[in-house]
Design a protein around this ligand. Sequence first.
Ligand code: URA
Length: 215
Amino acid sequence: MSREAEFPNLTVIKHPLVQHKLTWLREAQTNTDSFRNLLREVAQMLAYEATRDLPTELQTIQTPITEMQSPIISGKKLCLVSILRAGNGMLDGILSLLPLARVGHIGLYRDHETLEPVEYYFKVPSDIAERQVIMVDPMLATGNSAVAAIDRVKATGCPSIKLLCLLAAPEGVANMLKHHPDVPIVTASLDSHLNEHGYIVPGLGDAGDRIFGTV
Ligand code: URA
């Protein structure tokens, strides 16, 4: 059985455009400007896939030729929630596809002693419980931040959440499956494993550093 087949919560987007751009995101020589642009483009394509099941309803419109019933998106409104800071690198691309979505931010750091995520920032729309949430974080490594962020969003009463990440490690996907089996994950790649420093292998390095040029 392939690794991906072990994870019913995971969708890996194999589209050639996504995979081509991912290759250049992984390449260490890719500069900050190109990295940001590529991430924005791939995030948009991941969002395209993650919104595949949005409900639609028919609207009566008038084309230049005739009246017709044509589909428009209906149902719950959307809220993107970025896990700081690297999640912000995915927002612009997704917002260009979903311009009416609201945006929340969650900041978490890892306590050096307990190794548990500690929240330092939380700002989401007041009506988040009525919205469909798309959480964004480019790197699903241990999954501890994503699990904690989703715990926090679920505590607001939000019943419908998806997680978009550029790369996922099996350890992070398993952690999500254990704690939030109801949250589908959409990614461009299920990578091999985490190294002893918690980096995804083969990965692309520190996504935040590569987006913001802080290496
Ligand atoms: N966060 C990153 O930015 N990169 C990794 O490889 C793992 C976590």
